[in-house]
Design a protein around this ligand. Sequence first.
Ligand SMILES: Cc1cc2nc3c(=O)[nH]c(=O)nc-3n(C[C@H](O)[C@H](O)[C@H](O)COP(=O)(O)O)c2cc1C
Length: 334
Amino acid sequence: MAEVDRRFSIAPMMDWTDRHCRFFHRLLTRRALLYTEMITTGAVLHGDRSRLLAYDPAEHPVALQLGGSEPQRLAECARIAADLGFDEVNLNVGCPSDRVQEGRFGACLMAEPALVGDCVGAMVAAVRIPVTVKCRIGIDEQDPEESLETLTCAVERAGVAALVVHARKAWLAGLSPRENRDIPPLDYDRVYRLRSAHPELPIVLNGGVADLDQAAAHLARVDGVMMGRAAYQEPWRLLAVDPLLFAEAAPYASFKDVAEALVPYIARELARGTRLHAITRHLLGLFRGVPGARAFRRHLATEGVKPGADVATFREALSLVLDIATPQVQTAAA
Ligand SMILES: Cc1cc2nc3c(=O)[nH]c(=O)nc-3n(C[C@H](O)[C@H](O)[C@H](O)COP(=O)(O)O)c2cc1C
């Protein structure tokens, strides 16, 4: 089984980490492990697979996240993911939305650790790529000491390759999924204790990691860090991932070089019928601290959303940004 480096990953985020976003993130860091949005087993088995599971070879390493709770269906989906070349398949045991609860998957599976073990076991038996789980520390009135430990034992016995823990409980009633990403408070110590209790199992910490210094600090205590909102909303941070966390040169010397590198991809996608905005909406936070950043965003928001918007529109937006090397990346890559 090929090794997947999980020291730094970008979280699965519905409506955000689509294939355009992942392609863009890959330009910023060669080393981060990228996750798809969650895709349900029903969608994989009965939906438009060529659209839902499409990805660009440049995205590797890339993991497919599945939502489901029926072992055989998950095994079938894992097989499909492996055949398509995904580097890892991940089971969502952390999403608290009502829609997901109705389908009896996501965070409510924290209450059914034996079933999660069966799901993982069936997936592991079906594929040679790593099978991982992303979970919470508990739900509702569960005691996180017990709930996380029981779930961890169940998935470890079933052969899980790593466990990603969003370090807060999920509340299944009374909070929106959005609120549930900030409430209740994070409990990193619970994740650190889990790491000590399961020395053989790679543990990845997720939740509230705001910058790479924080990521590096967590890495002294756990095997990997997964960043969600900070990575998406402030993608400029990702250009320092390879230098700071992997001691390797950054892929590009400046944010503008990254944007230039995206042009051939944009041209290719527009030729296939993709709208410019579907790609550029992920770039709005790229030019942090660079003169012209606001004009870039404004141009994309006004001109970039028009039906005929094309590569020239993107280049016009780019021309508004000053071409300066990114000091942080220069030093780190030197
Ligand atoms: C817009 C959005 C969509 C999300 N969709 C998913 C998802 O599909 N699967 C999942 O496991 N978590 C999902 N999450 C949760 C994130 O993966 C992550 O656990 C959470 O945002 C906490 O990490 P952060 O504080 O670094 O953002 C989503 C989060 C956001 C903001």
